[in-house]
Design a protein around this ligand. Sequence first.
Ligand code: CP
Length: 308
Amino acid sequence: MSNQLSVRHLLGIKDLQKEDIELIFSTATNFKDVLNRPIKKVPSLRDITIANLFFENSTRTKLSFELAEKRLSADVINFSASGSSVSKGETLIDTVNNILAMKVDMVVMRHSKPGSAIFLSKHVHANIINAGDGTHEHPTQALLDAFSIREKIGNVEGKKVVIVGDILHSRVALSNILCLQKLGAEVMVCGPVALIPRYISEIGVQVEYNLRKALEWCDVANMLRIQMERQDIKYFPSLREYVMLYGVNKVLLESLKKEILILHPGPINRGVEITSDVADSSQSIILNQVENGVAIRMAVLFLLAQTR
Ligand code: CP
């Protein structure tokens, strides 16, 4: 296995080879060992300065990247659109070039516009890491999800994974589909008709509108929230009906003839796509995903820094 990534930016899972994903996983496994030591820090990125640019809200991804960078001994600067000069009309490129003029080596960016990370990578010299670009991709989320599945149930190859909910607006769904397929998993999506993109079966994804049938089929269910902030029209009659048809609860899970693994990228809407007794159950690996996110992001940052 090569010890170098085939890319110098992480813009999406689409650009990664299976070997890149395996390299990220083996590097993350080593960093996870570091994170379990009393001294959780290594000097690997001591000479690197990283800017975290968050033009859209985040809790997990923002904190996880910042912690990963600090565990690697990088110098870190943080930028949030609120309170910045973006409100005075400064463009994305001008904002980023001003930050890069301060001798920044790597940029982690979350933005509401699909393609914004790709756009940035064509205009600046720093390594760009996409921390979520609108409805397009969220590559580190997919990597940490697949890594967490592998950790719990072994090889992802041949496993059946269903992604449930708002597939249409979800960057997590697209990145998960691409990542799981590259690793040899079978992928299904399940949700209301209007929230399933029409192209989805053309990329080898099965579609099931009945949640019980989807759960009976799968080994793993990744539950997504309804992205109200990205919905300009009503895609389903009411939240109450959505909960009845697509919410996972303990009674439903216990009526299946097997135990499936439950993932959720967060933030959770308790009582909507998932009930508390499921989210907090032993079948749920939601907090393992968050824990693994730091090791995965350390691996991505470390490996991209080697391409400089
Ligand atoms: N999973 C995820 O991207 O969460 P945040 O929006 O809190 O970063």
